[in-house]
Design a protein around this ligand. Structure first.
Ligand SMILES: [Fe+2]
Ligand SMILES: [Fe+2]
Length: 545
């Protein structure tokens, strides 16, 4: 039946790629991408090619999870070599840009002494001239700021390095994205589309709006050679229709990690979107089919790969009203603008929100809340917690905020008052600085310092102080990286003795002993706050089992 209406199957995995590496938010901004190519991708490739068997063993050893090991079982070495050759050839400009950033840093280290920086512009590496401003901090250390919008408009931003890899998936086991590039296979389709291509939206709309094969092949431009495999991604079976929440209160649903959907009064807000595909599993979960046709606001808390998942964001782009991100734009290498990143992958409406700035919405508001810590003490401003007010109910989505300074929350409480529901990550044993920021740190960091500067969220004492400060009636520990469908971006394996588990258990015990509703979220969860009234004391949270 050539005109039979066909949907995109819910188990079709679509991995966005840059240079055939899984695309995350540090593979879009030109300077940050350059550093990741030279100091992550090429280093891992060279290491794999020289000792594939070592990588094969380490990549499957749970004690080395998250380490710099490629997960191809020691095989496909020739293809990895070919990928290296292609990268060096096609990304010459970024390889040179990466080196120029180091030269600039070295020049600033050796040629400045607190005098004017103006004479140094002539000595800035030619590739960077016009793209940087030289500045002192207030202790007269010289540094630079990148003029990011111009870099995006230059040849350093190359959309042709972007592509999508489609395949059927049947489980949660995927290679770690920071260490394993994606190679082609007979059952995958590799489409050379840039992320801002409108065919991306056409593709994902097919999940809920069917089209004929003729339409699909023509409007997506599927090459004849891919017909058979691509047709296997389609089905005449419609997905289960979505039932929006029509009650008078608030319904929130936990999709895993920090991904939570709030629905109230016909409005929907989705935090840090991370979706599993739909397949048989012993862990039940909400998936794409559990999202409304339109999502009014997507809110992003910070620029870590488990909170800005391009794979999920691209699937949702066509149904998102506005995407709200923390204000950035400082031009610091380690702090690329999320607004620019998302705009360049095709999001037309991206709004930056600052600390204590508010977006009004029907019957409530969204307010940006300072987010301290969890970024290895680097000067990174692109991070924000969110306070959502719906009627009289206030919910604080703190993500990985680390309560390193309780006085900040004292000041905040004086402004915003009590918070009924707190969502808090407690990944208090975070990775060292170099794990995520190594490519962006232009001078090597000594091991002791590296390990003291971690990407850690709140521990028990810090979390308890937060709960006390805001007089919370319900506390949900989330963003723990425990759902297996996060494995490919997190590589976290906890045991009962792991500090995040021990510390969050302490918080749970403490809350239980004080009559505060508490859970460590896992898999899926739905909660209705069925009465939203004027007096906070009248609120009743009713869990739906
Ligand atoms: Fe984080
Ligand atoms: Fe996180």
């Amino acid at each position: 039946m050539p005109n039979e209406p066909l949907y995109l199957r819910q188990d079709v995995q679509v991995e966005p790629l840059v240079d055939q590496w899984y695309a995350w938010s540090h593979l879009i901004p030109p300077a940050v991408t350059a550093r990741n190519i030279t100091h992550r991708h090429l280093r891992i490739i060279d290491s794999y090619v020289s000792a594939p068997a070592v990588h094969a063993a380490a990549a499957r050893n749970s004690r080395m999870f998250g380490g710099p090991f490629m997960d191809y079982g020691g095989e496909r070495v020739q293809e990895i070599k070919a990928l290296r050759a292609r990268t060096v050839q096609s990304r010459r400009a970024l390889l040179d840009l990466s080196a120029a950033l180091e030269q600039l840093d070295e020049m600033l280290r050796t040629m400045t002494d607190g005098h004017s920086l103006e004479p140094l512009y002539a000595s800035v590496p030619d590739l960077l001239r016009g793209y940087v401003e030289l500045v002192y901090d207030i202790r007269h250390n010289a540094t630079f700021r990148l003029i990011e919008p111009l870099l995006y408009r230059s040849h350093y931003y190359d959309r042709s390095a972007q592509s999508l890899m489609l395949s059927i998936t049947a489980g949660d086991d995927r290679p770690f994205v920071l260490t394993t590039p994606r190679l082609e296979s007979a059952d995958s389709v590799h489409l050379p589309w840039s992320f801002d291509d409108e065919r991306v939206d056409r593709l994902f709309r097919l999940k809920t709006v069917p089209q004929s094969w003729t339409w699909i092949k023509d409007r997506l431009g599927i090459p004849d050679a891919n017909d058979a495999v691509f047709r296997s991604f389609l089905t005449p079976e419609p997905p289960e229709p979505y039932e929006p929440y029509r009650g008078t209160g608030v319904r929130w649903r936990y999709f895993g990690h920090a991904c939570i959907l709030i629905e109230s009064r016909g409005r929907s807000i989705l935090f840090d979107p991370v979706l599993s595909y739909t397949y048989e599993s012993h862990i039940s979960r909400y998936t794409y089919a559990d999202l409304p046709d339109r999502i009014d606001y997507v809110l992003i808390t910070h620029n870590h790969q488990d909170h800005v998942l391009l794979e999920t964001l691209l699937q949702l782009r066509h149904k998102v009203g506005e995407i709200i991100v923390p204000r950035g734009g400082s031009g610091a290498l380690q702090d690329p603008s999320l607004k620019l990143t998302l705009e360049h992958i095709g999001f037309p409406r991206v709004r930056e929100l600052g600390e204590l700035e508010t977006v009004p919405m029907e019957g409530g508001s969204i307010t940006g809340v300072p987010f301290l810590g969890e970024h290895s003490d680097l000067a990174i401003s692109t991070k924000l917690a969110y306070l959502v007010r719906i009627g009289s109910e206030q919910l604080l989505f703190a993500a990985d905020s680390c309560n390193i300074e309780p006085r900040m929350y004292q000041h905040l409480h004086a402004t915003v008052g009590d918070v009924g529901t707190l969502f808090l990550g407690m990944e208090c044993d975070g990775a060292p600085l170099s794990w995520l920021y190594g490519p962006l740190v232009l001078r090597a960091v000594e091991r002791g310092r590296d390990h003291s500067r971690r990407l850690s969220g709140s521990d028990f004492e810090q979390a308890r102080a937060l709960v006390n400060q805001f007089g919370c009636r319900a506390v949900y520990v989330y963003a723990m990286g425990q759902e297996p469908w996060l494995n490919h971006v997190m590589r976290i394996k906890y045991t009962d003795e792991s500090r995040p588990i021990v510390e969050s258990n302490k918080l749970i015990d403490e809350c239980v002993s004080r009559g505060i509703a508490v859970e460590r979220l896992f898999g899926e969860r739905e909660i209705l706050i069925d009465r939203v009234v004027d007096r906070v004391a009248d609120l009743v949270a009713v869990p739906v089992l």
